[in-house]
Design a protein around this ligand. Structure first.
Ligand code: FAD
Length: 464
């Protein structure tokens, strides 16, 4: 039998890779892991974590405004971008250290190097100019912002990567895209006092989310002062003499901004890695094609996380990594479960959502009951904030099974986490009805919507 330097070599030290390396090393396997940039990956270094810290920072402007109605006299607040960046960087560096230590503490070997494949068992560590061999190889290289090379002047634009390190807070920013990253950054920059224009080619922001959430969030963002231009794209970006950027849009208007940020999707990191040469099959976007157990077309090469372009979320990458370890090293073949994944959009107001949208449910079930509460949350009464909250349950009219739960408003993400358990458990509307409310909370609306607001029969809306 061939002997290898490692039982497992992981390429990519992000959410999926680090988890697989740490747990496998903890099982006594000889594990190596290579990371070309910073351990922690997208989520920790330039994704979920710094983004959420920015969200918190950006929410204070509304908190200060709201405080007045509760009797507080808050002096005019000022905001210092360099302080936020420095504090964020300190926290990210701390987390980065923990990720690396976690692997090493479990007995794995961490390499700060780009890694590529020479063949199906040989890995080249570019930073160290040497090769190592491994029995099993896990590709967990994630993805990166897609960019827009066809856009004249695209070189003047930034992506989410650079947004975390801007030397100066822009006075005005144009963000192109309608996905959750574009929407979250539009709200972050607006909350920090930046003039924001969101440009999106689609009819409505946040495709694939429930239509109610999409249109109500759109309305709320515009009310705050964020300019949203749907069915519009950028045709050209130019740098003016004064250093500012000018964007020519498809409707021929021009927008002047200090930064233009492209949020046009993400591309799997598979180029130049020797994957094709090793026999690993990839899809049209460059994603690694895997079977239900995350195994690629080559028996000993596996892939988890964003590089497989299944569901691009941190907990999904981690779950896939755990299933990989079960399958490869614990003689317990386990396929990741991608059904009913709860998720949040950290917009302002926030979205928390799980299960089928009303529109999807209507295509799959004959009778769908929709329970909907659209109300002003208590904390917006004294503050005078004119912002409403949405709670919505989408229910199979025949069995009462909860098919989807959608929330727009404060703490929606926190609530969606628990609704995820409810949907995963297959609970019914009757279970909601016999659950005592917690008063006074916003979440109590979820268990006090006794009558459907309307019913959909074969997709047509009828009175309940
Ligand atoms: C702005 C932003 C906000 C986000 N917010 C959220 C959120 O709120 N919630 C959520 O669940 N998800 C969020 N995500 C998505 C989340 O970050 C990803 O789904 C997650 O990080 C995927 O993990 P991964 O292990 O697949 O890849 P990654 O975390 O991307 O890790 C891959 C690592 O591989 C390294 N690498 C690549 N090629 C090589 C190579 N050849 N050799 C060595 N190393 C290599 C990369 O440097 C990277 O560190 C966000 C993403 C972005 C961009």
């Amino acid at each position: 039998m061939a002997t290898y330097d490692y039982d497992l070599f992981v390429i990519g030290g992000g959410s999926g890779g680090v988890r697989a390396a740490r747990v496998s090393a903890g099982l006594g396997k000889r594990v190596g892991i290579a990371e070309e940039y910073r351990f922690g990956g997208t989520c920790v270094i330039r994704g979920c974590v710094p983004k959420k810290l920015f969200v918190y920072a950006s929410q204070f402007s509304e908190h200060f405004e709201d405080a007045a109605g509760f009797g507080w006299d808050v002096p005019p607040a000022t905001f210092d971008w360099p302080t936020l960046i420095a504090n964020k960087d300190k926290e990210i560096a701390r987390l980065e250290g923990l990720y690396r230590k976690g692997v090493e503490g479990a007995g794995g070997t961490a390499f700060a190097s780009r890694a590529t494949l020479l063949d199906r068992h040989t890995i080249r560590l570019e930073g160290e100019d040497r090769t190592v061999t491994a029995d099993q190889i896990l590709i967990a290289t994630g993805g990166r912002p897609s960019g827009h090379p066809a856009l004249p002047g695209h070189e003047h634009c930034i992506s989410s990567n650079e947004a975390f390190h801007l030397a100066k807070l822009p006075k005005a920013i144009l963000i192109e895209g309608g996905g959750y990253i574009a929407v979250e950054f539009a709200n972050i920059f607006h909350g920090l006092g930046v003039e924001v224009t969101l440009v999106y080619r689609g009819k409505e922001i946040l495709g694939r989310f429930d239509q109610d959430l999409r249109s109500l969030l759109h309305e709320a963002m515009e009310k705050k002062g964020i300019r949203i231009l749907c069915q519009t794209i950028q045709k050209q970006v130019t740098r003016r003499k004064d250093g500012r950027l000018e964007s020519l849009l498809s409707d021929d208007q021009t927008i002047v901004a200090d930064e233009i940020m492209l949020c046009l999707g993400r591309k799997p990191n598979t180029e130049g890695m020797g994957l094709e040469e090793a026999g690993v099959k990839m899809g049209d976007l460059g994603e690694i094609i895997v079977d239900e157990y995350s195994r690629s077309s080559v028996k000993n090469i596996w892939a988890v996380g964003d590089v497989t372009n299944r569901i691009q979320l941190t907990p999904v990458a981690i779950h896939e990594a755990m299933c990989f370890v079960e399958t490869a090293f614990r003689h317990n073949p386990t396929a990741p479960d991608h059904a009913v994944v709860a998720t949040a959009v950290f917009s302002q107001p926030e979205i928390g959502t799980v299960g089928l949208t009303e529109e999807k449910a209507a295509t799959r079930f004959n009778i769908v009951d929709v329970y909907r509460a659209h109300f002003r949350p208590m904390r917006n009464t004294l503050s005078g904030r004119d912002e409403k909250m949405l709670m919505k349950l989408v229910v199979d009219g025949k069995t009462g099974l909860i098919l989807g739960a959608h929330i727009l408003g404060p703490d929606a993400g926190e609530m969606a986490q628990l609704l995820g358990v409810i949907l995963k458990a297959g609970l019914t509307k009757e279970d909601f009805d016999r659950t005592m409310a917690i008063h006074p909370t916003a979440a109590e609306e979820l268990v006090t919507m006794y009558k459907p607001s309307y019913r959909l029969k074969n997709g047509e809306r009828i009175a309940a």
